[in-house]
Design a binder for this molecule. Structure first.
Ligand code: SF4
Length: 58
């Protein structure tokens, strides 16, 4: 896997994160929302997020 410079991401807790650079390693991601009427950045989510299998206990 290598960094996809077209998808910047700072979510280091995701298993698809590059780790050393702030990029996603997937070739394509899906973005979604958990709001019925999203109005701010906080309303959107990366639907391709997957928690790293190691380390995080919460
Ligand atoms: S899948 Fe989403 S959250 Fe995970 S590294 Fe890629 S862009 Fe970031």
């Amino acid at each position: 896997m290598s960094a996809n410079k077209s998808i910047g991401c700072t979510v280091n807790q995701c298993k698809h994160h590059d780790g050393s650079e702030n990029y996603c390693t997937l070739t394509q991601i899906n973005v979604s929302t958990h709001e019925s009427n999203p109005t701010q950045i906080e309303c959107t989510d990366c639907a391709s997020f997957e928690k790293k299998s190691c380390c995080c206990s919460h």
